[in-house]
Design a protein around this ligand. Structure first.
Ligand code: SIN
Ligand code: FE2
Length: 224
């Protein structure tokens, strides 16, 4: 082995080590990529501001009549909605009457790279739900099942304040695993885990340099 070969080998090993140490399996076809989006986080956060300037965050109301504690908006070809009539994807924002803002280029780059790193090389998201959690906001256990084709994975990017993610199984009664999510972490689930239940515990108080007193989450889907 020449010195050059050794140097190349060391670089390869370092990359492999950091790749493996930042990756936690959550089960079949589900992985937490710790810090995958840390470098992109400031750009992603700025892009969220631009999206929200057009389609503001709002508390959507569930079909049962309850306002959600998490505030939401969307970007992409279609956005996820809940209202008195149910859950669906729509190309129009009901609050503005116009189309949802286009998916920022930085969103697409991170989502497709994370999906590829998780073993889904051809993910092409057409929808991004943006969640904003203030202290106390939570998301009860649910499945993402309003998309047409479950062969596409879900890519979820955490920004700002940390959260406790509940990673359940295929049945609501399955005891969820507790997963700490920090800014820059990306969770990808698909294939065998695509319909797993998941949720977010009530957000704790805090202050984060990127997002202040909030946690932001991007959930990328191929909805249509
Ligand atoms: C979601 O399930 O839509 C969001 C998950 C999260 O905020 O981490
Ligand atoms: Fe979800």
């Amino acid at each position: 082995m020449t010195q050059n070969d050794a140097a190349l080998f060391a670089v390869g090993a370092a990359q492999w080590l950091s790749a493996s140490s930042s990756r936690t399996s959550l089960g079949r076809d589900a992985v937490q990529l710790k810090g995958f989006a840390t470098a992109a986080a400031p750009e992603l956060t700025a892009a969220i501001k631009s999206v929200a300037a057009v389609s503001p965050f709002r508390h959507m109301v569930t079909p049962g009549g309850w306002p959600m504690s998490v505030e939401m908006t969307n970007c992409g070809d279609v956005g996820w909605l809940t209202d008195a009539t149910g859950y669906r994807y729509d190309s129009l924002d009901p609050d503005t009457g116009g189309r949802w803002p286009a998916m920022p280029e930085s969103f697409l780059r991170v989502a497709t790279a994370a999906a590829a790193a998780a073993g889904f090389p051809s993910f092409a998201p057409d929808a991004c739900l943006i969640n904003r959690y203030a202290p106390g906001a939570r998301l009860s256990l649910h499945q993402d099942k309003d998309e047409r084709d479950f062969s596409h994975p879900i890519v979820s990017v955490s920004l700002g304040l940390p959260a406790v993610f509940l990673w359940g199984g295929s049945k609501r009664a399955d005891k969820p695993r507790i997963v700490a999510l920090h800014s820059g972490d990306v969770v990808v689930w698909g294939a065998a885990s695509r319909l797993n239940f998941h949720g977010v515990k009530a957000l704790s108080d805090g202050n984060h340099p990127l997002t202040g007193t909030f946690r932001l989450n991007l959930t990328f889907r191929h909805a249509l």
